[in-house]
Design a protein around this ligand. Structure first.
Ligand SMILES: [Fe+2]
Length: 375
């Protein structure tokens, strides 16, 4: 990396929509992302960890390799895609959503519609994930064009064998501009939110932690979360709550003999709170649909799945209130980078089969375990 002591890069808080109380998100201006100096990266890294979601405009000419290299600067010892090769498993719920760029396998193409040629992928059809394939009770067909849901709140992580990626980059290459939709929670709360069609929604897991009672904060600091083995196959027959924040317990998860072989040492037991390496703040960082068991401070293992999910949902739900959600209104050339250890995100929206949307996503399995509250 070229050495320079000063950087022309500046950081600007994102404008808040009316009624919003979000305290994260910033636009970064003046960056040349193909020639990042040490001083530039200092500014970018600090901005990312202080704002948790950062946005660079007009990056449509940035090649996939440069996207990969920039993403990797956050974890230079990392090199392989965050899900490894697990996406190849046809039964994984992630399988239909991601296509790998042949010459840059850490970068995936996601989106919607028919694409004749893109970065070495020929005649592909992309499919925007629609909540009807994941939620137990989807929005009715007649309401579907005007209304949407949070598809699935998550951090990007295999949660089996591989460590959760530190940072994800997401670039909007092609965006069909259409009207806004009403995002409905449909959980009895009457909560709703206006989002641009196909908006990616983010919430701060630091805010989620801060909203907890003192008792819950203590519980969060001292509890560990065990994730199901091969979680995206395990949960594949199960269905989500309408707010996209975890699963409904109908006993549909696959039993162990139906999963690929399970290696005990690859099962992930992670802290419930992850620490921001720059600010020291704690995030309540749980993948709500992959969680299986809780390991409590006194050594008890809570393995009643329904009870585990109820606890996690009760703790997380206040953090996705409408005024706390950042919904990105994508423009072509936007590249977002986010602290994958400090925010949850989800797809929203639905597209017609012929509406073409192309995004490039990059992250890498981290080279080290997540920072827990005691580190
Ligand atoms: Fe994601």
């Amino acid at each position: 990396m070229p050495h320079s002591t000063t950087s022309p890069i500046t950081v600007h808080k994102l404008a808040k929509p009316e009624g919003s109380t979000i305290d994260f998100g910033a636009e970064i201006r003046g960056a040349d992302l193909e020639n990042v100096t040490e001083a530039d990266f200092d500014v970018i890294r600090t901005a990312l960890y202080e704002n948790n979601v950062i946005l660079f405009k007009n990056q449509q000419n940035l090649p996939p390799k440069a996207q990969y290299e920039l993403t990797r600067l956050f974890d230079p010892a990392a090199s392989s895609y965050g899900h490894g090769k697990t996406l190849d498993a046809k039964r994984s719920i992630l399988h239909p959503d991601l296509k790998t760029i042949p010459h840059q396998p850490q970068v995936q193409v996601i989106g919607n519609g028919p694409v004749a040629s893109f970065e070495g992928l020929e005649n592909i059809t992309l499919k925007h994930p629609h909540h009807k394939t994941f939620h137990k009770e989807p929005i009715s067909v007649e309401d579907d064009r005007e209304n949407t849901r949070f598809y699935r709140w998550h951090m990007d992580a295999a949660l089996y064998h591989l460590e959760p990626p530190k940072v994800t980059s997401l670039m909007a290459v092609k965006v069909p501009k259409t009207e806004f939709q009403t995002l409905r929670y449909d959980d009895g709360s009457n909560d709703r939110l206006s989002v641009s069609r196909g908006s990616t929604a983010f919430v701060s897991s630091f805010k989620m932690f801060d909203l907890l009672s003192d008792e819950d904060k203590e519980f969060a600091r001292t509890t560990k979360v065990q994730y199901a083995p091969h979680p995206y196959i395990w949960m594949s027959p199960a269905r989500s709550r309408p707010d996209g924040l975890g699963m409904i317990s109908d006993g549909l998860e696959l039993d162990y003999p139906s999963l690929p072989p399970i290696e005990e040492e690859k099962i992930k037991i992670l802290p419930m709170c992850w620490k921001n390496p720059v600010t020291g703040q704690l995030a309540l960082q749980v993948h709500p649909s992959a969680v299986q068991k809780l390991h409590l401070a006194d050594g008890t293992i809570m393995d009643d799945l329904e009870q585990v999910r109820e606890i996690v949902h009760r703790m997380q739900r206040p953090g996705i209130a409408p005024e706390l959600v950042l919904g990105i209104d994508w423009e072509e050339g936007d590249m977002a980078m986010f602290n994958n250890h400090g925010v949850l995100h989800t797809v929203t929206g639905s597209f017609l089969p012929e509406e073409v949307r192309i995004f490039r996503q990059c992250n890498m399995a981290a080279s080290e375990p997540v920072l827990g509250p005691e580190t």
